[in-house]
Design a protein around this ligand. Structure first.
Ligand code: AMP
Ligand code: ZN
Length: 319
């Protein structure tokens, strides 16, 4: 099963020091390969670290009075259409298809499965798509007039992005944990700023060498290049990046995003003062953080510095 991971992976498998990070994580049984690039199961040890990160984000959310939500990995198609994700990232999204035929269609379906034919062509779009960002599910909950202090959510879900890659930190399915705020323009901007600072402190405290950089989302096509330039120009997106040993360049393990009224308009959200609501989210890429910690501190969390283990609540669980 590791063959599909090893195929196309930079580095020379089997040669100490040159093997790619993803191979080392698979060999150490921290990531469980599935035969699909960027799609892994998690070991118990990996999950314990992910839980520790989740608890740290939750503590911050609780201090802001955030409402905790664990959302499904799928989103209503209508809600998704309102997010305008298709406009900007059609190449990253994933859709769910279902079988709704009768007996003759079922027979044909099985025939095609057996003969290696095109059986997915017999399926129809369901009324759900795969979630692209955890915070997309909170905006429909805010339609109407907000309380004066706005609304803050601690929200997490598995997210899907169609970017198959042999790089350990680029997955197709990964957990995103966000603290999102919907409120006034000032309130949302402050959340972005304070959230960025908090996230950087939190991740630095885990021994990761963090820096903040203005960034742009990977907008699609020619219009996308214009959107990306504008986003960079106005510093609407900031990323918390770190060097992950065994991978090239810097990797964004968190982002702090100002959406302005991008969600307030389509979801009909108003502030108590009658203005269109603004929103901002601070997103932690839980899998990327776990991978970064494993690459920096070593593949055995039991041997990590005690300060790091304490913060992640690993003191008892792995000893
Ligand atoms: P974004 O909405 O693109 O800023 O994503 C929020 C966070 O999710 C990023 O900072 C990453 O940590 C994480 N993330 C985004 N894409 C991926 C991916 N393909 N694999 C793993 N983590 C990802
Ligand atoms: Zn978000």
């Amino acid at each position: 099963m590791t063959d599909i991971i090893r195929a196309g992976t930079p580095g020379t498998p089997g040669t100490p020091g040159t093997e790619s990070l993803v191979c080392r994580l698979v060999d150490a049984e921290l990531l469980v390969p599935t035969g699909v690039l960027g799609l892994y199961g998690r070991s118990g040890t990996y999950q314990d670290v992910a839980d520790g990160i989740g608890a740290m984000v939750r503590r911050w959310g609780a201090s802001l009075g955030a409402r905790r939500l664990h959302l499904p990995p799928v989103l209503g198609r209508a809600t998704f259409a309102h997010t305008n994700y298709l406009e900007s990232f059609p190449d990253l999204m994933g859709s769910v298809h279902v079988f709704s035929g009768g007996n003759p269609e079922h027979k044909e379906l099985l025939r095609r499965v057996e003969s290696g034919g095109d059986w997915p062509a017999l399926l129809e779009p369901a009324d759900v798509v795969l979630a692209s960002a955890a915070c997309h599910g909170v905006y429909p909950l805010c339609t109407g007039v907000l309380p004066i202090e706005g609304r803050t959510f601690d929200v997490q879900s598995y997210c899907f992005r169609h970017e198959p890659s042999p790089q350990a930190a680029r997955m197709q399915s990964f957990v995103m944990h966000e603290i999102a705020h919907v409120g006034t323009a000032d309130g949302a901007w402050n959340h972005r700023e304070e959230g960025l600072a908090h996230g950087l402190r939190m991740l630095s405290g885990l021994g990761l060498d963090m820096s903040a950089v203005p960034a742009s989302d990977p907008f699609f096509g020619r219009v996308g290049a214009v959107l990306a330039a504008g986003q960079l120009d106005e510093e609407l997106k900031m990323e918390g990046v770190t060097a992950i040993p065994g991978t090239q360049g810097m990797t964004a393990i968190m982002s702090a995003n100002s959406h302005r009224d991008h969600f307030g308009v389509p979801f009909g959200i108003e502030t108590a003062g009658g203005a269109v609501a603004h929103s901002a989210c601070v997103a932690f890429g839980v899998d990327r953080i776990v991978v970064a910690l494993l690459a920096v501190h070593g593949l055995d969390p039991a041997s990590w510095p005690s300060g790091v283990r304490d913060q992640l609540g690993l003191a008892g669980s792995l000893a």
